[in-house]
Design a protein around this ligand. Structure first.
Ligand SMILES: NC(=O)c1ccc[n+]([C@@H]2O[C@H](COP(=O)([O-])OP(=O)(O)OC[C@H]3O[C@@H](n4cnc5c(N)ncnc54)[C@H](OP(=O)(O)O)[C@@H]3O)[C@@H](O)[C@H]2O)c1
Length: 242
């Protein structure tokens, strides 16, 4: 199914997987609405992608801002066919040594932010009886990778539940729900918990995926004919053991 002329919102489009997904969607002919907090990054990406790109600085932890994001997309492009819920943070530490403020931040962005944006988008999609809701979750939504990732994994397990519940709710309303679960990907993601992302990746026994590998999985899922609903996509480096 062609994506040309569709409109997609991508949260967390200022870097990493979100930026790559916005770039690949634009290359397929989509209008792309770029959402994140770092306005300079969004503006620079929008300038590179051209007329069909719109930067809308958004903090997804603000429910009103998420509703305004969807409203801005509709105002500029007239419709919304794809939402990519990609914004996320990983703040690692064991439960015993963790900080409640870090837990709150992860649940605010990774779970509540996703719900706020999804609610606003789904309300429009229900009206049109079509659309794709994509979650960029994690393999940590299937299993806890390490004790230091317990709370992060809890937020991604929540996405597993939200994606499945939403799929059941929307399956007969023309709206598809796609949960993409990456393994290790080379991005800025480790920087909030490690001194250097480069060192973090060098310490791994296998090479990470590149951001385009995950973006390509998103493109694959949303390009399927309407009768095909690709609900869960796990994508790990071939060498990643679990
Ligand atoms: N890298 C990996 O190995 C990996 C593996 C599995 C899953 N994932 C998932 O992939 C997604 C993208 O992460 P990434 O690896 O591409 O890391 P990244 O480059 O750090 O991207 C994270 C994005 O989230 C945005 N963000 C964070 N807080 C936000 C907020 N309050 N409001 C709006 N946007 C916010 C950031 O933008 P601003 O700072 O500009 O707001 C940034 O664009 C995340 O959900 C992550 O859990 C990553």
């Amino acid at each position: 199914m062609t994506l040309a002329g569709k409109t997609a919102i991508v949260t967390g489009a200022s870097s990493g997987i979100g930026e790559a997904t916005a770039r690949l969607l634009a290359a397929e002919g989509c209008n792309v609405v770029l959402a994140a907090r770092r306005e300079d990054r969004l503006n620079s990406l929008a300038a590179r992608l051209g007329e069909g790109a719109l930067a809308v600085p958004t903090d997804v932890t603000d429910a009103a801002a998420c509703a305004a994001l969807v409203a801005r997309a509709l105002e500029r492009f007239g419709s919304l066919e794809i939402l990519v819920n990609n914004a996320g943070v990983g703040l690692y530490g064991s439960v015993a040594n963790g900080e409640p403020e870090d837990w709150r931040k992860m649940f605010d962005v990774n779970v509540l932010g996703v719900l706020y944006t999804t609610r606003a988008a789904v309300r429009h999609m229900l009206y049109r009886s079509s659309g794709d809701i994509v979650f960029v979750s994690s393999l940590a939504g299937r299993r806890v990778p390490h004790p230091s990732g317990t709370v992060y994994a809890a937020t991604k397990h929540a996405i597993t539940a939200i994606a499945e519940g939403l799929r059941m709710d929307l399956h007969d309303k023309g709206i598809r729900v796609i949960n993409v679960e990456p393994g290790l990907v080379r991005t800025e993601f480790p920087e909030s918990s490690h001194a250097s992302a480069r060192e973090y990746y060098e310490e791994k026994a296998y090479a990470p995926l590149e951001t385009d590998d995950i973006a390509a999985a998103v493109i694959y899922a949303v390009s399927q004919p309407q009768r095909v609903s690709v609900n869960e996509v796990a994508v790990r480096p071939t060498q990643q053991p679990k």
